[in-house]
Design a protein around this ligand. Structure first.
Ligand SMILES: [Zn+2]
Ligand SMILES: [Zn+2]
Length: 356
């Protein structure tokens, strides 16, 4: 089958990738569409090292080929989205609802693929840059007639935005929100803040082409900033003293510091963007004595079993817009162009189409 493998030096397209059959509790699925997320590219760039060879990709919509003998509830041809978290549901962290702290939530370094005679690893419990993958049945959620390209983004961009607004910040009706960095995740923070009834939703980006996207996904105000603009003053001016929730989705040290400083007393700075490993920021400790919080999570602290069916319902009802996040769809053979488009910032999300 076809797939894109990171061999330690770079990405390689192959049509000779193999995957092992499903074992207890697992399902073999055929990929329909996969997103390209910056976390995938961080592995390629070495800022988020993984053992190679490995198949990257963690936003996938797929159709069921077959489940193991003990799997019920899935039929061949069912269309599903793949969630990336695999909590054990038995440990102390899981019992407390802190699924991200479960030792098995992010996988065990398993190597279900064979590439060029070598055992090849799985990324984020998914590896959606392969034509066929084996995943746990508990990771799969039916998407019905949602378009696979948009639905694939539920796996990371949508769930991370949705979860950070609902589970982490817990935005309430009437709250004020700022979102820094309007890419795949920022757009989903915007539209989930709108869904939750936020009153003022301020989008911030350096790229003028993001204004239309920001407005379409729920921004009430858009700030197109130069890198040396005083974002904190601009947001404080618009809100009369700061926002209840500042979501940092750019992963830059100056914008992380700005997000912390632009919160109102009692406000929450939610750090989502990923700066290079080991990055340090500074902030005024006095700010925290007024009840401010600085928080982070992985995948928006989502519980897939609770949050994925909710998101799918919202998408079917038009309350979450999936399709407009897809800027461009590439045949999988054109993967290099798709990745270049993601790196350049020209697209919100590039999608790899595995059906062509
Ligand atoms: Zn657990
Ligand atoms: Zn991602």
């Amino acid at each position: 089958m076809r797939g894109i493998v990171f061999d330690g030096d770079g990405l390689v397209f192959t049509d000779a990738l193999e995957v092992r059959p499903p074992t207890s509790g697992e399902v073999l699925v055929r990929m329909l569409a996969s997103g390209i997320c910056h976390s995938d590219l961080n592995v390629v760039d070495g800022s988020s090292p993984r053992v190679a060879p490995i198949v990257l990709g963690h936003e996938g919509a797929a159709e069921v080929i077959r489940g193991a003998a003990d799997v019920t509830g899935f039929a061949p041809g069912d269309r599903v989205v793949i969630a990336t978290i695999t909590p054990c549901r038995a440990c102390r962290a899981c019992a407390a609802g802190r699924l991200s702290d479960c030792p098995s939530a992010f996988g065990t370094g398993e190597r279900p693929f064979i590439y060029d005679g070598r055992a090849t690893g799985r990324y984020a419990n998914a590896s959606t840059w392969a034509e066929e993958v084996v995943v746990k049945a508990s990771q799969l959620f039916p998407i019905g007639d949602l378009a696979p390209a948009g639905a694939s983004l539920l796996g990371c961009a949508v769930s991370t935005g949705y979860g950070n607004v609902r589970n982490v910040a817990q935005v309430q009706p009437g709250d004020t929100v700022a979102v820094i960095g309007i890419g795949g995740i920022g757009a989903n923070v915007l539209q989930t803040a709108r869904l939750e009834g936020a009153s003022r939703i301020i989008a911030v980006d350096v790229n003028p082409s993001r204004r239309d996207i920001a407005l379409r996904f729920g921004a009430t105000d858009v700030i197109i900033a130069d890198r040396d603009d005083d974002l904190v003053a601009a947001v404080r001016d618009l809100t009369g003293g700061g926002v209840d929730h500042a979501f940092e989705c750019a992963g830059l040290i100056p914008t992380v510091e700005a997000a912390i400083a632009m919160t109102a007393p009692g406000g929450t700075a939610v750090l989502i963007g990923m700066p290079p490993r080991g990055a340090r920021v500074s902030f005024d400790i006095d700010a925290l004595f007024r009840g401010r919080r600085i928080v982070g999570s992985l995948n928006g602290a989502c519980d897939p079993a609770r949050d994925f069916p909710q998101m799918i319902e919202h998408a079917k009802a038009g309350r979450l817009n999936l399709d407009d996040q897809v800027t461009q769809v590439f045949a999988v053979a054109d993967w290099a162009q798709a990745i270049a488009a993601t790196r350049s910032g020209a697209v919100v999300r590039s999608i790899l189409d595995f059906t062509s």
